[in-house]
Design a protein around this ligand. Sequence first.
Ligand SMILES: [Zn+2]
Length: 228
Amino acid sequence: MNSSNKGSSRTLARISPQKAKTFLTGLANLENLESAARRFVLHYGAVFRDELPTSLIYNWAIRGEEEGVVDLSEDQRMWKYWLVPLRDAIRFLWTRDLRTKQWGIFRILEKFFARGDRGLAVGPVTDDVECFWGNSLGLVTPCERIFMQLMQHTSVCGNSACPAPYFFAQRRSQKYCSEECAAPAQREFKRKWWSEHGPKWRASRAAAQKQRRRRITRKSRKMQRHTA
Ligand SMILES: [Zn+2]
């Protein structure tokens, strides 16, 4: 395995927390379609290509496909054996507590990015799978930076018809990803409120109007008397 640190350090400067969040929501909301995966790779490939554990992915593909592995292109292997399982790992962590997320981020970096430190391969038995890029962790990579953002307020949209339900919430109480997704629930809330409180509200408004009208008539009569 080789690592291209030059490429990584180039992208490093460009990964803002906002960009990392867009990457993560794009990945979590990724549909089970080859076209969707193609679009994602087209958009974000430059961010993660340098960190792909290519030979490890090939290994997984051989184990999964056996002789059929030759029918898959390199991109197809990557989608099926890396991108989709990575998405599922993210979806799993999306609704979990901080401790599980912390643990999960470490697992993601180890499993999907082959990050690790050979110094930890100790003991009398060392033939367990230790597929790491280098001998040590090295510098923080763009993908490490991206996955750390999972520690933020990840949330799932309360609208069951939402086309992209995985989102980052601005507030803890935020239930919907957007105004559009919140609208049906707001309408339903208003409808319920009206059916429960509407008659009472209308009656009290009618009474208030009647009182106001009475006051106005009394006032105008008084004025008529004054001018007469
Ligand atoms: Zn939504």
